[in-house]
Design a protein around this ligand. Structure first.
Ligand code: B3K
Ligand code: ZN
Length: 884
């Protein structure tokens, strides 16, 4: 596949103002008739009209009613430029949805038909100018067998419906908002719906609907509540109202990602719609709230203002992730619950984005080139992009950011724009801010890949009562970018006395009242900040709330981290101290004897944390957990996944043993007595109870005690909610308890035909803590299980992603069997579903950081995939980059 470059962007030579589409829907053969009002851009030289199309069977092409000559060239349909500057183009073609295993375009799932068009799926439906800067109004007529497809949906408003001969019926939908083709959607299926009417602040009425399969209706209440909360939040926080009469969500079993923000007709993976206490965990409930919010927020940030080209993807994705993170924080209530949200978001950023930024696929938030755009729906575009928006928010403040958003909509509503346009609007609304004054410097966040390293060293001068903080930065080279320039880093910080008290922050030469927290802005490679009136030695608490997406080296030792863990006013940095204390010990173990030696001071601090009467259980659960092994691999190089795993296991063994009585007391104290609510309070209690149970079962298995495994088994059988049931199952499976097998059998029996619960059953086993190769062996069996299939993305991921992305110790084996399996699976999946295959393929992005023998064996496996002759462009791009 050719490389597409950002610098080659040109405005479209033609645009489509209106599209009238008629579908005769049928799973085997769907006929698509399209009538397009096309306009030539007369400011450009006359060029042929080039339309995108893929896997289409073309029947005819008419221009203003006359048939015309056309040719196929590089996957494009090319027509010589018509005489007139505006004309009507009519195309008729057929497609075969049931053969569409890629799940891009129009495809069959179960007995229904669904679409996914972003990024380039519309061209798999009909010929079109399938690019986001061509925006048309759509009128869509759907015709289909009424018994098979009683529900016919598309974007916008229902303007007509009725019966046809032969048991068929039709529906006509009109979407008054001009939109790019990637936001088009249709659904034809046998579905039921939950609906609700709401009135917005302006008095306008809206109809909200959630469509699901028969039998799933009771599981849609949380999604509907989340949708209503999203509508209220966006109006309240950003003054952005719902602009549609009708807003629909449709759940589908087979879906390549989480959900899709098609205008007025969001299509969702069932995983992010369906929830009941019996089938979904607290995390699933949170995931639904956040994804429903995310897709809803796209209605303004993405749909009303869209991207000029796909290099600008983070314009909508980074901003919308920022918005959904803020929404989830605002929904979670207390300051402490907000901090726990932030901790979860940052953990995810580090686990997924930092690893990406260090590997073969490292790319800037605004990439310079791509082969397959679907490969660039990445943690960098989404999560690092959200951090870039968050830094702007930090630099201009909450009100300043709101003013910037307002200006952005004033300037660009209805347009397809760039990341530059967004940053400019935020800066222009805040002319006195550091952001406005340093905008070109700030925008390096869009152009430079790689995670900046921030080094901080402090020096207290007792005689002069000053504390000098020296901050310096550098960003390591990434593929294609060898030399990096300094970036603008906002460093939210405080100074903590050895007694734990916050210290007033007075910068030398600065007048005015001193607070105890401020934001330092680093703009150079190195800068010094001198604080005056510091009469005691202090511990710097830097990067509070993770104010910039960097790797911090502050040189703090255990004694100082213990001060922060116990006293930091910033909850995020208290958590961070807990993680750093653990990492110090794990690193020493990996580089030394292999097992950690936990000292009394450290264990005492963990105990104090666990028993603290004030701290939230959800915070404790986070602070008493280790960083995941994939993130540890970024901190302890060269990467030996087996040694990292062994060190983590020995940490767990000791913490389980030394705090046994405390875990037992905690487990009992954390039992929720009221009815199930997926709120921050209850879910925090359940999270800590599950952590305690895991520790207790682990220790019992090690000592041969049967009581706690027995209690866990009982809980698998009797739990009244999925969080408790799954937590107990995980405790048994991860400890390799003898009761794990009967518990798994019971769990599967209870799951019945609930696909999302069966996915969990597979996932628990594929993500289990590896021990003597048992987990890998089990994964092989799972691939042969009658309920396993590669054709459902959720099911495929529940085993394959779990192994290759989330279970390094089971995957990276010295006999290379994990890599052999990976290569086989990538090749097999690629033949049917390149997008899915390509995600799995990314598991070896970081192979160059591996220690031997893993490194050579991984390279060999990648080379084997690359040698396969029938690869998709998606997988080809991943393996080529990996080998470069
Ligand atoms: N915009 C979609 C993602 C489309 C992925 C295409 N491969 C979902 C989202 O970010 O909301
Ligand atoms: Zn999105």
């Amino acid at each position: 596949a050719p490389l597409i470059r950002r610098e080659d962007y040109t405005a479209p030579a033609y645009t489509i103002r209106q599209a009238e589409l008629t579908f005769d829907l049928d799973a085997a053969k769907t006929i698509v008739a399209s009538k397009l009002s096309v306009q030539r851009d007369t400011a450009q030289d006359k060029q042929p009209l080039r339309l995108h199309g893929e896997d289409l069977n073309l029947l005819r092409v008419l221009v203003d009613g006359q048939s015309v000559a056309f040719r196929h060239e590089d996957g494009l349909l090319v027509l010589e430029a018509p005489e007139a500057d505006s004309f009507t183009l009519e195309i008729r073609n057929t497609i075969a949805p049931e053969k569409n295993t890629q799940l891009s375009g129009l495809y069959a799932s179960g007995s229904g038909l669904f679409t996914q068009c972003e990024a380039e799926g519309f061209r798999r439906i009909t010929y079109f100018l399938d690019r986001p800067d061509v925006m048309a109004t759509f009128t869509v007529t759907l015709r289909a067998d009424k018994a098979k497809y009683p529900v016919l949906l598309s974007n916008g408003n229902l303007v007509g419906q009725g019966e046809l001969d032969g048991g068929r019926h039709f529906a006509v939908w009109n979407d008054p908002f001009p939109k790019p083709s990637y936001l088009f959607a249709l659904v034809a299926a046998d579905l039921v719906r939950r609906e609700q009417r709401v009135t917005s602040r302006s008095g306008q009425e809206h109809l909200l609907q959630i469509y699901v399969k028969r039998g799933d209706l009771e599981k849609t209440e949380h999604a509907m509540n989340s949708l209503i909360a999203s509508i209220i939040w966006d109006e309240h926080r950003f003054g952005l109202p719902l602009d549609l009469e009708r807003f629909m969500i449709v759940a589908v079993d087979d879906f390549n990602m989480g959900a899709m923000e098609n205008k007025g007709l969001n299509i969702f993976n069932t995983k992010f719609v369906l929830a009941s206490p019996a089938t979904a965990t607290d995390d699933d409930f949170d995931g639904i709230e956040s994804v429903v919010g995310h897709e809803y927020f796209h209605n303004w940030t993405g749909n009303r203002i869209t991207c000029r080209d796909w290099f600008q993807l983070s314009l909508k994705e980074g901003l919308t992730v920022f918005r959904d993170q803020e929404f989830s924080m605002d929904m979670s209530g207390s300051a402490s619950a907000r901090a726990v949200r932030r901790i979860a978001d940052v953990s995810s950023l580090r686990e997924r984005q930092f690893t990406e930024d260090a590997g073969a696929m490292a790319h800037p938030v605004r990439p310079d080139a791509y082969q397959a755009i679907d490969n660039f729906y990445t943690p960098t575009i989404y999560e690092k992009g959200a951090e870039v928006v968050r830094m702007m928010h930090t630099l201009v403040g909450r009100a300043g950011f709101a003013a910037g958003m307002k200006l952005y909509f004033q300037r660009h509503d209805g347009q397809a724009v760039t990341c530059d346009d967004f940053a400019q609007a935020i800066a222009d609304a805040n002319p006195d801010s550091t952001l406005a004054q340093q905008l070109p410097l700030f925008k390096r966040w869009y152009s430079q890949a790689g995670t900046p390293r921030l080094q901080a060293r402090g020096q207290w001068d007792a005689d002069n009562a000053t504390y000098t903080l020296t901050l310096s930065q550098h960003t390591p080279a990434t593929p294609g970018q060898s030399a990096k320039q300094p970036q603008l880093l906002p460093v939210r910080m405080g100074l903590v006395g050895r007694d734990g008290q916050p210290v007033a922050l007075q910068l030398q030469g600065e007048a005015g009242a001193a607070g105890t927290e401020r934001v330092l802005v680093l703009t150079e490679a190195e800068q010094r900040f001198v604080f005056t009136g510091v009469t005691q030695d202090v511990v710097p608490s830097l990067l509070r709330g993770f104010s910039a997406p960097v790797l911090l080296d502050d040189g703090l030792g255990d004694a100082e981290l213990l001060v922060l863990l116990a006293h930091d006013a910033d909850a995020f940095n208290r958590w961070e101290a807990s993680q750093r204390l653990a990492v110090h010990r794990l690193r020493a173990a990996v580089q030394g004897s292999g097992a950690v030696q936990l000292d009394e001071a450290y264990l005492g601090a963990l105990r104090a944390l666990l028993l603290d009467p004030v701290l939230d259980p959800s915070f404790k659960a986070r602070a008493l957990q280790l960083p995941v092994e994939t993130y540890l691999a970024e901190l302890i190089t060269p990467v030996d996944p087996q040694r990292i795993h062994a060190a983590c296991e020995s940490w767990l063994d000791q913490v389980a043993a030394c705090l046994q009585a405390d875990w037992a007391a905690t487990f009992d104290a954390m039992q929720v007595r009221e009815g199930y609510r997926p709120d921050a309070t209850q879910s925090g209690q359940r999270a800590l109870a599950n952590l305690a149970l895991a520790m207790l079962v682990r220790h019992a298995v090690a000592t041969g005690d049967a009581v706690w495994p027995g209690r866990a088994f009982q809980r698998v059988k009797d739990a009244t909610n999925m969080t408790d049931r799954l937590g107990a199952l995980e405790a048994l499976v991860n400890a390799h308890a003898p009761l794990a097998q009967p518990a798994l059998e019971r769990f599967l029996a209870l799951a019945g035909t609930e696909a999302l619960v069966v996915d969990k059953w597979f996932q628990v086993q594929a993500r289990a803590a590896e021990k003597d190769g048992r987990v890998f062996a089990r994964v092989r069996q799972l691939l042969q299980h009658p309920q396993f299939t590669l054709s459902n993305p959720n099911r495929a991921r529940s085993v394959l992603s779990s192994l290759v992305m989330f279970n390094p110790a089971a995957f990276h084996r010295s006999d290379a069997a994990g890599y052999v399996l990976w290569a086989d699976m990538v090749i097999a999946l690629d033949a049917a579903n390149p997008q899915l295959a390509s995600r799995i393929a990314r598991a070896l992005d970081r192979w160059t950081a591996l220690a031997e023998p893993y490194r050579s064996a991984a390279r060999e496996a990648i080379a084997r995939v690359a040698a396969s002759t029938r690869l998709s462009g998606d997988v080809r791009e991943i393996v080529t980059r990996a080998l470069d």
